[in-house]
Design a protein around this ligand. Structure first.
Ligand code: ADP
Ligand code: MG
Length: 230
């Protein structure tokens, strides 16, 4: 019992430390990013435009690693509210357009009538973003990603399906483990964050995948209220 307490204490301390280091590292990164952007806008530096852009995107990458790490290390406060999941999906799509375009992917929506779900808004954004980004990255030659919602047997279902490379049965076991990645530039925190979010919503997540054919992630939420039956 005291052992467990001591361990929890240690975890909290590590979480706090990670959070403050994250913040401290971010400030100088923001400054550097600002100057890089400024230089990129000057004709004198036009010769280095592509290097400057690369530096900016690498800073953005480092920044998103910090964001994901922090959301794992610290149990961020969540604000649960009865929400319209379909509306949240529509809100996130514009953030994915640039990525989809770059990879020649098309995002298809199949949103159906569903009762409200009690969720944390930021978490849902992060969940959808991470799943769709993985889908996009799984289709180097382009393809279609389908985000769908449905109501079945008292559960609200959210699924994200791609036509990508798929996941081998061995790798499937490791999904959600922090730092598991098969990508050259991967970090392996995206799904760990998703699994944590799902857990904190008392929801479930399952994966179906066929190597070479595609992958789909299915999340089941409890409906916040019974739907209107007239
Ligand atoms: P990262 O994207 O940085 O690799 P993630 O935690 O988001 O980290 O994903 C971990 C690993 O899970 C990926 O490297 C990949 O092997 C596998 N994976 C996740 N989503 C998919 C998908 N839609 N299709 C194929 N593999 C996937
Ligand atoms: Mg990812």
């Amino acid at each position: 019992q005291t052992d467990r307490m001591a361990r929890l204490d240690r975890l909290n301390i590590i979480g706090e430390m990670a959070a403050s280091i994250g913040h401290e590292v971010r400030n100088p990164m923001t400054t550097v990013r600002g100057f890089l952007q400024y230089m990129g806008s000057k004709p004198n530096f036009s010769e280095y435009k592509s290097q400057l852009d690369l530096m900016i995107s690498e800073i953005d990458r480092a920044n998103s690693i910090i964001t994901e790490f922090l959301s794992l290390a610290k149990n961020k406060a969540m604000h649960f509210k009865d929400s319209d999941l379909n509306a949240m999906i529509c809100e996130v799509i514009p953030l994915l357009d640039a990525d989809a375009l770059r990879y020649n992917c098309h995002i298809k929506l199949d949103l159906n009538e569903i009762p409200p779900v009690c969720v944390d808004h930021n978490s849902m954004r992060q969940l959808i973003l991470n799943l769709v980004r993985n889908g996009i990255e799984a289709m180097p030659d382009g393809g279609e990603i389908t985000i769908s919602t449905a109501y079945k047997q008292g559960k609200v279902l959210l699924s994200v399906a791609d036509q990508g490379v798929g996941i081998s049965p061995e790798d499937k076991e490791k999904l959600g483990t922090p730092f598991f990645t098969t990508k050259e530039n991967g970090v392996g925190l995206g799904l760990a964050v998703c699994y944590r979010i799902v857990q904190r919503h008392n929801a479930t997540i399952t994966v179906e995948s066929e190597p070479g054919k595609g992958t789909s992630f299915l999340i089941k939420f409890a409906a916040a209220a019974m739907p209107q039956t007239n």
